[in-house]
Design a protein around this ligand. Structure first.
Ligand code: DQA
Length: 145
């Protein structure tokens, strides 16, 4: 069973991008933490990043039928009806994750088009948010008979 961790625009620059906000954690660090978390929950991992909105839509489609999605859609969180529709259409349990506490930042980051169609939202805990997201999906796993 695969958990898909999908990352949107500018997250490829983590480590050097606005370190006062995002710290020095790189996307490779995020991937390593996700790989360890997934393995700990006996899940396989797909880990992706794209700067293109339509590509993120395709990646959500590709996750249909999977165990779950952990999604940091970056700025598309605050702009994209297409991503919201893709999540709703996918039927896959999705956790919205943000490294930073978006509510402690500019007002335009306080609204998410995605939050109404995801299982839950985690923000402000850096790369641990991804680990918590995977754990939340695993905890929601139906108990075996
Ligand atoms: C982000 C928060 C967004 O507002 C921003 O556009 C990002 C990163 C985060 O992980 O904190 O690109 O999703």
């Amino acid at each position: 069973q695969f958990v898909h961790v999908l990352n949107g625009p500018n997250l490829n620059l983590l480590g050097t991008r606005e370190p006062e906000i995002y710290g020095t954690t790189t996307l490779a660090d995020v991937e390593a933490a996700c790989r360890a978390a997934a393995a700990g929950h006996k899940l396989d991992l797909v880990f992706r990043q794209t700067n293109h909105e339509g590509e993120l839509v395709e990646q959500i489609h590709a996750a249909r039928g999977s165990f779950g999605v952990v999604l940091n859609a970056g700025a598309y969180t605050h702009t994209s009806v297409a991503l919201r529709d893709a999540i709703a259409a996918s039927g896959v349990p999705t956790v919205e994750v943000h490294l930073s506490n978006v509510f402690a930042r500019e007002a335009f980051r306080h609204h998410s088009y995605l939050s109404p169609v995801v299982r839950g939202v985690i923000c402000g805990f850096g790369l641990n948010g991804y680990v918590l997201g995977i754990a939340a999906l695993a905890a929601a796993r139906p108990t075996l008979p």
